[in-house]
Design a binder for this molecule. Structure first.
Ligand SMILES: C[S@@+](CC[C@H](N)C(=O)[O-])C[C@H]1O[C@@H](n2cnc3c(N)ncnc32)[C@H](O)[C@@H]1O
Length: 219
């Protein structure tokens, strides 16, 4: 399994995996099933990131979680596993094809009943949520153009101390390379990173996990 992080060699990645919560048979099956999809499989989060999601969700005692960008369901499986008793995860995606793979694996893992999948543009799903500040954990990993809008919808709905996680914030290191493109994913990621760093509703830190993961805690 090659590292998703441009910062890691194969050897140090192997060492990290060998010293982190191991993946189980359902996760292994989901990785293999996703790999069979071809190049798009690169969208799946890294296994060490999955372990981090499970541990953080459990540490927060999270009972209400939201994910934007579910794909074949690996990150959702990891969040769902960390939820406290009676916890629920709302998943937003637009692809019936990819999320059908997710649902089959959630069933196998015994977490399907904790997950509500909404198919449709995440902006619409999030706008329809109640306004209460009760979300314990949210994870954004969808179209980069939408990142700021998703965060603007989610941050006010986080409980104080609740956490927003955002994937791909280092964009393979390209965030610091030259001027880059003025439009496209890189530009959206850069604009989002600047916006969030200046957002005084949260305290945030960028973690060099996988392709860069921002953790922002609601004040
Ligand atoms: C990077 S993948 C998510 C990977 C996933 N977190 C995992 O662990 O495998 C991005 C997902 O965002 C979804 N997506 C793209 N645009 C979207 C939108 N406007 N609303 C909701 N989901 C969207 C895509 O269908 C895709 O499944």
């Amino acid at each position: 399994m090659s590292p998703k992080s441009f910062l890691l060699s194969d050897a140090i990645h192997r060492y990290i995996l060998d010293h982190s919560m191991p993946i189980d048979e359902v996760q292994r099956s989901l990785i293999e099933r996703t790999r069979a999809l071809g190049d798009v499989s690169g969208m799946q989060i890294a296994p060490e990131q999955g372990a981090f999601l499970t541990i953080l969700t459990a540490s927060l005692g999270a009972r209400r979680a939201v994910e934007v960008g579910t794909f074949t369901g690996y990150s959702a499986l990891c969040i769902a596993r960390g939820l406290g008793d009676g916890g629920r995860l709302l998943c937003c995606d637009v692809s019936e094809e990819w999320t059908s793979i997710a649902q089959a694996h959630w069933e196998q893992a015994g977490v399907a009943e904790r997950i509500d999948l909404r198919l449709g543009p995440a902006t619409e799903t999030l706008r329809a949520l109640d306004d209460s500040a009760t979300i314990d954990l949210a994870f954004i990993d969808a179209d980069k153009r939408g990142y700021q809008d998703y965060a603007e919808q989610l941050i006010p709905r986080l409980r104080p101390g609740g956490v927003l996680l955002v994937d791909n914030v280092l964009w393979h290191g390209a965030v610091i390379e030259g001027d880059g493109e003025s439009d496209g994913d890189l530009a959206h990621i850069r604009a989002f990173n600047d916006w969030l760093a200046a957002n005084d509703a949260v305290d945030s830190v960028m973690l060099p996990i996988a392709d860069g993961l921002t953790l922002a805690r609601r004040r």
